[in-house]
Design a binder for this molecule. Structure first.
Ligand SMILES: [Zn+2]
Length: 337
């Protein structure tokens, strides 16, 4: 009987999602197959040293499987310097300032390690094997949760802009005289279409001073027929529709994917959003765009981080002005003086 060649374990990249309450990680093949069960490490202590310790343990554990690990990608909340692997600032971890995460973790990891913003990672994940799978052209992803995250993907590659700041869709102005936003602006999408914004707007309308009022509770009230709760969700739909119409006119996307916990309240806002898109977007651009709920749920971030890791290895990453080696690409065109 001929000897069978030993089956080689597939090569994987590790995708890690650093969240405010837990760290998720998975081993993902170059085709997007998740190998084995994803891991979760809870984040209890949010101080820097504690979180970095947990992150290190998660990465080491993820790398310890029988597969050959090619690269590690980590999705993190907040503003990052991708070229240096630094978290500049994070709303989830207030004491973090310019933390060189890549440098710290690289001591334990022998393969390339990339840091990506979590909303960008989620966009990459949904584009790759989620709600946007198989599509070409531009995908716009919004993560509707405590805040509003955004990510833009063009033909599989992230659009990052010069400093990696492109796609901050949550801070697009919807109403210049609207409510104050955490970013310092007023009337951002986030002030209408996040749990935080919904609760603030409900309080403003009703004068409610309930301490424990959550976004989930508001959604439950709207479903039970609370007219004020329904109105703040209608305002969310309006703000979302205005923003998406602007994005449709600006980018002519093929796919718009809405994820995050708040996308579960879909029936409470989507009709109003579609009305606004109908009213404002250029018809020819709006006609072909698919607007879908995200498919990967809380796995989107880690799968997208794994995608970013694969792209770093194969040199097919983002479309920003910073090359993957971290060098500034010389601009080829300047405004005439
Ligand atoms: Zn803002």
């Amino acid at each position: 009987m001929p000897k069978r060649a030993p089956r080689r374990a597939p090569e994987v990249s590790i995708g890690v999602d650093l969240g405010g309450t837990g760290i998720r990680f998975a081993r993902v093949t170059v085709d997007g197959d998740v190998i084995g069960r994803p891991g979760v490490v809870p984040v209890v202590d949010r101080r820097k040293a504690a979180v970095l310790g947990q992150l290190r343990r998660a990465v080491v554990e993820a790398c310890s499987g029988s597969q050959a690990v090619e690269a590690v990608g980590i999705g993190v909340p907040g503003f990052i310097r991708r070229d240096r692997g630094v978290i500049v600032r994070s709303p989830n971890f207030p004491d973090w300032r310019n933390v060189p995460v890549r440098q710290i973790l690289q001591r334990d990891v022998a393969v390339p390690l990339v840091i990506e913003n979590d909303a960008n990672a989620a966009a990459l994940g949904e584009d790759w094997i989620g709600a946007g799978q198989g599509g070409r052209g531009i995908l716009v992803m919004l993560t509707l949760g405590t805040g509003v995250g955004g990510g833009l993907v063009s033909d599989g590659r992230l659009i990052t802009g010069r400093d990696g700041m492109a796609g901050e869709i949550g801070h697009q102005t919807v109403d210049p005289s609207g409510p104050p936003c955490t970013c310092g602006n007023t009337g951002c999408l986030e002030t209408y279409a996040s749990y935080t914004g919904l609760v603030a707007n409900y309080r403003r309308r009703t004068g409610s001073s309930e301490d424990e009022l959550s976004g989930l509770e508001l959604a439950a009230r709207a479903r039970r027929g609370d007219a004020e709760a329904q109105l703040v969700f209608a305002d969310m739909g309006w703000a979302l529709g205005v923003t998406l119409a602007n994005l449709i006119n600006l980018l002519n996307p093929s796919r718009i994917v809405l994820g995050g916990g708040l996308s579960g309240a879909w029936p409470l806002f989507i009709r109003r959003a579609m009305q606004e898109i109908d009213r404002r977007a250029i018809r020819a651009a709006a006609r072909g765009v698919l607007i879908r709920r995200a498919k990967l749920g809380t796995a989107a971030g880690m799968i997208g981080a794994a995608r970013a890791a694969w792209q770093a290895v194969t040199g097919t990453g983002h479309t920003g002005a910073v090359s993957r080696l971290g060098r500034r690409v010389r601009p080829t065109m300047r405004a005439a003086s």
